[in-house]
Each structure stands twice: as structure tokens, then as C-alpha cells.
Design a protein around this ligand. Structure first.
Ligand code: V55
Ligand code: FE
Length: 503
């Protein structure tokens, strides 16, 4: 008798509707349409990843964050743009494809799965190029390695057997001086464990330093920060409880009663006992903009919200903010790593605008810097909200502008893509190898709610009044999380597929 399969129909929840309707498309388009001109000096590939469920989840109201990782690559050369998109062939993706139905249950809750997975990650949060490989990352598992040229999945990657942690952050940081990849994993010994594993990988892929820490709370550590001599762990007050998970509940619950902790650990030959857990009032720390040392103090710049940004994981009473009322402003924490007083002084507001997805000139990661780029919700911009809001679907913050903040003057420069458009996270491309900090271009996806198709806009950081080029896609790409620019010279240094991968 023929097996009866569930119908292929996505729910009408906002995160599956309008622009957020799953794309589920893989393919290639060479020579995308370009309005304007792409300078020939721009040679390289813009990689980004989005959660995009291959099949309808069996979990009702499944969050945007639980979709299968789908990687887009935009290769730019001689003023032309070539587009490629592939799903990461995770164990989850492969087994669900074979079964023709969803098998994984709730976000980061294996107790709700229909089958037992070895590793149930979706690899959907960031796509990072390191040592000749693309790493598709989600913070619940090791990364998946992909071929930077073909986007073929090579397999789950454990750094040739060196990875000591069960998890790997979606936000590893490349030290621009030493070319080390500075990394960590949290819940590093399994679901609900307070263990954090900090580690450093040298430019050739060899582990040089591993430190195991114990977190004061079992909570989300989504991003972190690196300076020349320290690593910092900002803890989001979303806490995990294994018993709740076993009962089929959520991995995360918002906890408004715990401090916002920031762990500070010296880099290089540190011991676990060297970590200090500083405390600030309860708040939601967003993505790291940058951190650096000045006069023996650590400066940590990041957007902070006074509300639970992950509103779909409410508090113990079921309370969650109205998503339209959640905003984040850019703050600077000044931390004295030698201090024995662990209560931090109040952070200073660097920009009182609603921003997220801060990016910098990555050559200045961990160093003093002056320019921050971000997605901005500009209330004064003429976005056609009645139409856009009706078409956008849910789960994605409505940023309508790309901002450039000059930290030396506080001046904010804006690029507005149009009244029927919203922006995704930007990447920065230096104008040339030796160019001044922040001098170059911004490249980012734009959702066009008129055509209901995606575009990529290229903006010069020295003149943001109009785009240098608008690259038109023949498809609609859902909201993604993170991406990175990789210069062609860097990609050409490596033979694709070389290296002993354990798949
Ligand atoms: C984030 C995204 C995730 C996740 C945890 O942006 C945190 C933050 C796309 O998945 O699993
Ligand atoms: Fe992130």
C-alpha cells in the first residue's frame, strides 16, 4: 500500500507569509541584471545564508530561526555578478528529503524529533570563509564545510578531529593581524550544560589554545567580542532548562530577573580561573560591533535593547513584548579587566537610533576604529508602511535604511533604498588592500515589496546619497541572517576541496 505523506503546505503564520514565504529554490543565474556600474576593482564573492525550510515543519508556529540553511553566493568580476544558491546538505536536510517530510521537531529540542539524529543542526546562521573552506554555522553544533566555488556540502567539520566542543559559535572572529580564527562554543558538553569552550585556531587550521569555562547561567551566547588580549562573552538572558525541554517545551525562556553578564577572559595561555563575570542590569545584548583596548580598558560596542528581542520565546509567565515596540540602540561598555568590582558602570549610548546588524571594516576587528555600518529603522524615512507591512510577513525586523556612524563625531550618514524596500545585513568591501578604514563599498540584500523580488545594492561609503549599482535577482530571497565578503585573491590562494575533511 502506498505510504500516506502529509500535504506540502506551509502555515499562514507571519513567518511563512508574504516575503517570508519559503523560497526552497536552488540554482544558478549567470550575469544578473545590473542598473548602474560595478567598479572593476571589485573582485570577490558575497556569501550569505538564510533559514529556509525545505519542507513544512510539523511544529505549529515554528520560528524563522529553525529553517534549513540555504547559502547564496554572488560572485563579482569584471562588473558582472553571478548568482548561485544551494542548501547545506545537513543530516537533517538529507534525511527529511529522503522521507519527503519534516523529521526534526522544535528549535533546539531533540526530545520533540520524529527520529534520532546524530547532529540535528540546520547550519542556517552565518557563512564564514576560513583556510580554504566555507563554514556554514549555527551555534548548536559544529559547522558544515562547503566548497567555496560550487557550494557543494563537504560534510560536518570538526577541524580534522581537533574540535573539543559539541557546539561552535555562528560568530567566530578572524584576527586581522595573526589570521587566527577565534572561536567558542556554549552548551559545549550538550543541551543544558553550563560549559563554554573557548578556542583559537591558527591560520593553518591548527588549534593553539583551548580553555573550558563554566557560565554563571545556562543561557544564550550568540555573539562575542575579541580584543588583542581578551575575549568577551555577553550572555543573552534567554535561559535553558533541560526538564522543560524533556517535557516538550522550548529550549529558551526569557528571564528578566538575571543580570546581563559579560565574561572577560585573557587570550593566550589563560586558565579557567582567569575569567571574570561582570554584571550589568538585565538587558538584551545584540550583535557585537567591535571591541578594543585603550589605556588598559576594554571598549565593547554593541546594540542593546531593554526588551526581549526574541519575543517568540517569552518569559515564564508567557509575557513577551509587542514586536513593533522592540528597539536597540548602540552602546559602549567600558570594562576594566583588572577590576575586582564586578558591577559594571553604566554603558554610554553611542547612537540613539533603532539599529542592529552592526558591521565594520573587518581589517579593524579588535582594534580602535571610527566607522560602524548597520541596518537602521529610520522613522523619518518615507517607507510605504501600509503596503510593506502587509507584504513583509513576520520574523524579520523592519530595517529600511543602511547607516554609517562616524564614532569620532557621532555623525550618522544614511542610504535609503526606496519606499517599497527593506534592507538586510550589509558587508563592507575595502576599496583596495591598503585603503583607509571604512573607505570602500557596502553590499547588501534589499527586499523589494513592489516586485516581491530581491536586489543587491552597492553603495560607496564616501557617497551614500545614491547606489553605485542595483543588482536585480529573478527570485525572492527570504530574510537571512549573516554574510561575508571574500576577496577573489583570498579565494584563489586555495585549491578547493584540499584538506583531510572528516565527513
Ligand atoms: C540567532 C539566529 C539563530 C539562532 C540563534 O540572530 C540566534 C540570532 C538563525 O538562527 O539559532
Ligand atoms: Fe547573529
Amino acid at each position: 500500500m502506498a505510504e500516506s505523506l502529509p500535504s506540502v503546505r506551509f502555515s499562514t503564520h507571519p513567518q511563512f507569509s508574504g516575503f517570508m514565504k519559503p523560497c526552497r529554490f536552488e540554482g544558478d543565474t549567470e550575469n544578473l541584471e545590473v542598473i548602474g556600474t560595478i567598479p572593476p576593482e571589485i573582485r570577490g564573492t558575497f556569501y550569505r545564508v538564510m533559514p529556509d525550510p525545505q519542507l513544512p515543519p510539523f511544529v505549529d508556529n515554528d520560528p524563522w530561526f529553525n529553517g534549513d540553511g540555504s547559502v547564496s553566493a554572488f560572485r563579482i568580476e569584471s562588473g558582472r555578478v553571478h548568482f548561485k544558491q544551494r542548501y547545506v546538505r545537513t543530516e537533517k536536510f538529507q534525511r527529511e528529503r529522503k522521507a519527503k517530510k519534516a523529521l526534526a521537531g522544535k528549535y533546539r529540542n531533540k526530545y520533540t524529533d520524529a527520529v534520532e539524529f546524530k547532529v540535528r543542526t540546520t547550519a542556517n546562521t552565518n557563512i564564514v570563509y576560513f583556510n580554504g573552506k566555507l563554514l556554514a554555522c549555527k551555534e548548536d553544533a559544529p559547522p558544515y564545510a562547503m566548497d567555496p566555488d560550487t557550494l557543494e556540502t563537504l560534510g560536518l567539520y570538526d577541524f580534522e578531529g581537533q574540535l573539543p566542543s559539541l557546539t561552535f559559535t555562528a560568530h567566530p572572529k578572524l584576527d586581522p593581524v595573526t589570521r587566527e580564527l577565534v572561536c567558542f562554543g556554549y552548551e559545549a558538553r550538550g543541551d543544558g550544560t553550563p560549559d563554554i569552550c573557548y578556542f583559537c585556531v591558527d591560520a593553518t587550521g591548527k588549534f593553539t589554545e583551548t580553555v573550558w569555562l563554566v557560565s554563571p547561567v545556562v543561557a544564550m551566547i550568540h555573539d562575542f567580542a575579541v580584543t588583542e588580549n581578551y575575549v568577551l562573552f555577553p550572555i543573552i538572558p534567554q535561559t535553558c532548562d533541560l526538564e522543560r525541554m524533556k517535557a516538550g517545551g522550548e529550549h529558551w525562556q526569557w528571564n528578566p530577573d538575571i543580570p546581563f553578564y559579560i565574561g572577560v577572559l585573557p587570550r593566550r595561555s589563560a586558565k579557567a580561573s582567569d575569567v571574570k563575570w561582570f554584571r550589568a542590569p538585565n538587558a538584551f545584548p545584540g550583535h557585537t560591533c567591535n571591541a578594543f583596548e585603550a589605556d588598559g580598558k576594554i571598549m565593547l560596542d554593541l546594540p542593546i535593547s531593554d526588551k526581549n528581542v526574541f519575543f517568540w520565546w517569552p518569559d515564564a509567565q508567557g509575557n513577551a513584548p509587542d514586536p513593533r515596540e522592540i528597539t536597540s540602540n548602540m552602546f559602549r561598555f567600558e570594562i576594566d579587566p583588572k577590576s575586582t568590582d564586578l558591577e559594571l558602570p553604566p554603558a554610554r549610548c553611542l547612537l540613539r537610533e533603532d539599529i542592529e546588524f552592526p558591521r565594520i571594516d573587518d581589517r579593524f576587528m579588535s582594534h580602535e576604529y571610527t566607522r560602524a555600518f548597520c541596518s537602521l529603522n529610520d522613522g523619518s524615512a518615507p517607507t510605504n508602511w501600509p503596503v510593506v507591512a502587509q507584504r513583509m510577513g513576520g520574523g524579520f525586523p523592519p530595517y529600511n535604511t543602511i547607516g554609517q556612524l562616524d564614532l569620532s563625531t557621532g555623525e550618522l550618514t544614511k542610504y535609503f533604498p526606496g519606499d517599497m524596500h527593506l534592507v538586510q545585513e550589509t558587508v563592507f568591501i575595502p576599496r583596495s588592500h591598503g585603503t583607509a578604514e571604512g573607505n570602500g563599498w557596502l553590499l547588501f540584500l534589499v527586499n523589494n515589496y513592489d516586485t516581491m523580488l530581491s536586489e543587491v545594492h552597492l553603495v560607496d561609503t564616501e557617497d551614500m546619497s545614491s547606489p553605485k549599482a542595483k543588482i536585480l535577482l529573478p527570485v525572492r530571497l527570504r530574510a537571512g541572517l549573516h554574510g561575508n565578503w571574500v576577496d577573489a585573491a583570498e579565494l584563489e590562494t586555495f585549491e578547493p576541496n584540499v584538506g583531510a575533511l572528516r565527513i
